[in-house]
Ligand binder design. Structure first.
Ligand SMILES: [Zn+2]
Ligand SMILES: [Zn+2]
Length: 380
């Protein structure tokens, strides 16, 4: 887009008095596997159709970890973060949203013009953001990249207006931030992709932020058997608090344990929230004949899933993915924000704790160890 386009006096000017590049603190990865550091970075002034958002809270999502550990291809130096809430601080020319508006960031803003957008599938938009987008520069003048065009683990972001979604004021920021990724993805996977109906049985494999959001959405959708599966026994209490009816360890007895709870059939819906071939196969085996496996986790491109040809035919199962919860964020984030505001949605169980930006690297260590649900960085 406009990477490195910094100038002391940005052309065009915004609706606010001074439109100039800003220097902010951000969580930066200098390379795959490199130590994460909070650095000062320079962001351009918002150009036409762009806004600067002051971040108030940003979640640490597994996809950020995948960017730094090599699972997903990324360019560096890279500002991490793509799940955040904040307040519009400055607007470029031609922008509708007002300064002061609280917003949630959208990492897949739809173009509304391509073939997929026109047929009502904006989550598959042909113009979807690349995993990393060149924008701004480091304090020592190196061109910078932003995770999913946002780079939200920072004091501010400069993004297209399409990438912000207004929400009501006064929501707890550490919960509102999660609407932008984990919750939209988890709720959408249940409501939009799998379309879980009352009385159905569900298994959720992998209990990070998204998996826990799937559990609670399955409970709210009226599923009556909700089996939470993880390799870590430590996730048991979290899973039950999030809405699971049972917690099962992911080991070689898993299939048997699931069948013991589903009249020997397997579940109607299995949700894979890890993004690995092994867990996709596990989810497949937990599902009944004619059931559906929904892959929510984003895996590596060389991690191949192998299924038997006869098994595919005989099991009559459906295997599909849920990209960004098969959702239209512009419509569904405000709905979820309204549910959060009136108490119908409580995301407290998903938030393991809030930490300052300087401690964000420790949240990545905890994520890598599979500890807790979501760690959220809060900024003033
Ligand atoms: Zn995410
Ligand atoms: Zn589109």
């Amino acid at each position: 887009m406009t990477g490195g386009e910094l100038s002391p006096a940005a052309p065009g000017g915004g609706t606010e008095a001074a439109s100039a590049p800003v220097t902010v603190r951000a969580l930066v990865a200098r390379g795959s596997g490199a130590e994460l550091r909070v650095e000062r970075v320079r962001l351009p002034a918002p150009g036409p159709g762009e806004v600067r958002v002051t971040i108030t809270a940003a979640g640490v999502c597994h996809s950020d970890l995948s960017m730094v550990n090599g699972t997903l291809a990324a360019r560096f130096p890279l500002v991490l973060g793509h799940e955040a809430t904040g307040v519009v601080a400055e607007t470029g020319p031609g922008v509708q949203v007002a300064v002061g508006t609280p917003v949630v960031l959208n990492w897949a803003p739809a173009c509304r013009a391509c073939w997929w957008c026109r047929r009502g599938e904006p989550w598959l938009c042909a113009a979807t953001t690349a995993p990393t987008v060149a924008r701004g520069e480091t304090d020592d003048g190196v061109p910078l990249h932003l995770t999913l065009g946002l780079g939200a683990l920072a004091e501010a972001v400069v993004v297209p207006e399409r990438a912000v979604i207004p929400i009501p004021a006064g929501l707890p920021p550490e919960q509102a931030a999660l609407l932008g990724c984990a919750v939209l993805t988890g709720v959408g996977a249940v409501r939009n992709t799998a379309r879980v109906t009352p009385g159905e049985s569900v298994a959720v494999v992998g209990l990070g932020g998204v998996g826990l959001a799937v559990l609670s959405a399955a409970r709210r959708a009226g599923a009556t058997t909700i089996l939470a599966v993880d390799v870590a026994e430590a996730k048991r209490d979290l899973a039950l608090a999030a809405g699971a009816t049972d917690f099962l360890l992911s080991d070689d007895r898993l299939s048997k344990e699931v069948r013991a709870r589903t009249e020997s059939r397997g579940v109607d819906h299995a949700f894979e929230c890890v993004g690995r071939a092994a867990t996709i196969r596990a989810a497949w085996r937990l599902t009944r004949r004619g059931g559906a496996v929904t892959v929510v986790g984003m895996g590596a491109k060389d991690d191949m899933v192998s299924l038997g040809a006869l098994d595919i035919f005989h099991s009559a199962r459906t295997l599909r993915s849920s990209v960004y919860g098969s959702s239209d964020p512009d419509r569904e984030v405000p709905m979820l924000a309204a549910e959060l505001a009136d108490g119908a949605l409580d995301l407290g169980v998903l938030v393991s704790g809030t930490i300052p930006l300087d401690e964000a690297p420790t949240a990545f260590d905890r994520l890598a160890r599979g500890e807790g649900a979501r760690w959220v960085v809060t900024l003033s």
